[in-house]
Design a protein around this ligand. Sequence first.
Ligand code: DGJ
Length: 723
Amino acid sequence: MTAITFDVQTRCFHLLNDRVSYILRLGAGAYPLHLYWGRRVRAVHDDLLSRLTPYTDETFSLHETPLDLLPQECPVMGGADLREGMLTVRHTDGTDALDLRYERHEILEGKPQLAGLPSARGEGARTLLLTLRDAESGLSVELAYTIYDDADIIARSARIINGGAQAVTLERALSACVDFEKADFSLVTLSGAWARERQASVRPLVQGDQGVSTTRGASSVQTNPFLALLAPGATETQGEVYAMALCYSGSFAASVQVDQHGMARAQIGIQPVNFSWTLAPGESFTTPEAYLCFSAEGLGGMSRQFHTLVHSHITTGRWARSERPLLVNNWEATYFGFDEEKLLSLARCAKDVGIDLFVLDDGWFGHRDADNSSLGDWVDDMRKLPHGLAGLSERIHALGMKFGLWVEPEMISPDSDLYRAHPDWCIHAGNRTRIESRHQLVLDLSREDVREYIVTSICAALRRGNVDYVKWDMNRNINMWGSACLSADRQKELGHRYILGLYEIMSRVVREFPDVLFESCAGGGGRFDLGLMCLMPQAWCSDDTDAWMRCRIQYATSYVFPPSTMGAHVSAVPNHQTGRISPLATRAAVAMGGTYGYELDLTRLPAEELEQIAALNRRVHAMQRVLLYGDFYRLRSPFAGNECAWMSVSPDRREAVVTHVTALAQPNFKPSPLRLAGLDPELDYRDEETGRVWGGDELMNYGFVPNAPWGDYTATQLHLKAL
Ligand code: DGJ
């Protein structure tokens, strides 16, 4: 059960569910101050209140007691707090002063959706809307706090309303801030690069600024809109963890500032660099939503909270809680070199081994024989597809398979009819040289005519292809920012306008095809964020399909995102990104850590491997529910050594799948027992494959001993069912 109370005497707002409390207090002249976030407390008494004394009494004076010392809920720049705040404005006279004080509040059942932005749904939730106002300018800020009953998550966002008579420009508008009393935390972030996305890193906090951010126009492969703070002693399985994740797909900043007194301020939101937004009188601006997660069960507990949030409140539509089709994608099988006959032979072979869905990747349109042309020209290439998309789709469907299609709607190739007709439709800075990346430019999604073109042309292609699945790709970041349609003083709105435009076109296309399964992609996992997950329930995790690299990528991706969101495919050996050779069984076991598929030329495989693949597919179908939607436990970290292990357990704890991978084999090696988690200690479990039986208590307290590896990159997988 959730509750939100307001105590008139102490002026405390208390948001709580059965496990956590989040408490803020109006003090120091009616500023919302942060009092507590952590394990549930029933009520607030003196010691907790004293955190804010002597600053909350009526004698508070800004001149004597700077807000600099207080833990705040909505700190602003241009006031008495000299730390970095959530909000910076520029008034028409060029000054930036703000003094936001409590004006009113409202407590709602459920949760309002954010205007123009994806946001979590609110079943079983309650929301506090707290309005602050700057009397001098008339600017108001409405802070929204939602507490959930099924996940220990507080959703936060802010709406800034210009209630004054003059325009005001936002130069910084973050989504959430939490001021911690102490800074004895370790900071966990996810960073990487193309083909090495979301690698976990941990570092102690030090005085000053630290965090992750991007200015690339996308949440990016280089980092991810997430941070976690581990309290002393917190590990994967125990201890207190405070985390923040942002529901946004563009440039963001997630930072922790440790101040002179050792207090830590954690904030997350739209990247302030290259951002501004002008609000005319009466206009408002809504920040993306941030999710604050508290776990008393270490990083593992944090992840299970985020996974519940994703499954219960973020992903939506027909596929959100369904088993996903096993697919084969032709990208690594053919790249651009295919024709209809080649595709059909791949599809036939896939059908024979029990694959459900054939996905046609890049290269089916315009005259795209390489990555240097045709983006924007969504017309079938009749040289490669003599019967067009419609004919190919018909033939695939006739095999009894589903048909899926790759598109990259946000892009334009300079060598395209679209570019020749509309050279000003791309993002560009006046007459400066347009700097291409992968030979392409980015369409200006802040323009309505561009958005209309994309929705019309993409929907027409999807209809023509009678598609069951779509892979929505995006293969470059944005530079040389500029829009032909925005006035000089609004050019810095382009980054956010692009993302708003993206959400609009995606929502329209997704709404148009309610039965289609959508997977987002961005040159691998370059936009693996909760924003896109509200619209598309799965995302391609990385262009790196090497099994061991995927262990690392998927392991850390699971900090926030459940396996049901992670596109993961078995690919050829030697692997196309690393040259590594790993056994088929290992590649499959790792791909089962996400939404399962293949990305290789099945027609070239020997008969025994095809038989093995057919058996693997039956196995995936048998285990998929628990793999995708079970409670997820990380057991051994690939960032710590030579092994990686994880498991998923059904909600009734009667079924589990355990996967253990060893990187390099060592001679004369005695494997150590792998302790499992989440099982019922009172039940006995049998492995469906080998018939071996263990007690749940035995598996969790002693563990099971994986086979001593023979050869590199081997995997052991258990499919446990309660007897
Ligand atoms: C990048 C994606 O991540 C790949 O899977 C593939 O679709 C290529 N783009 C196609 O250009």
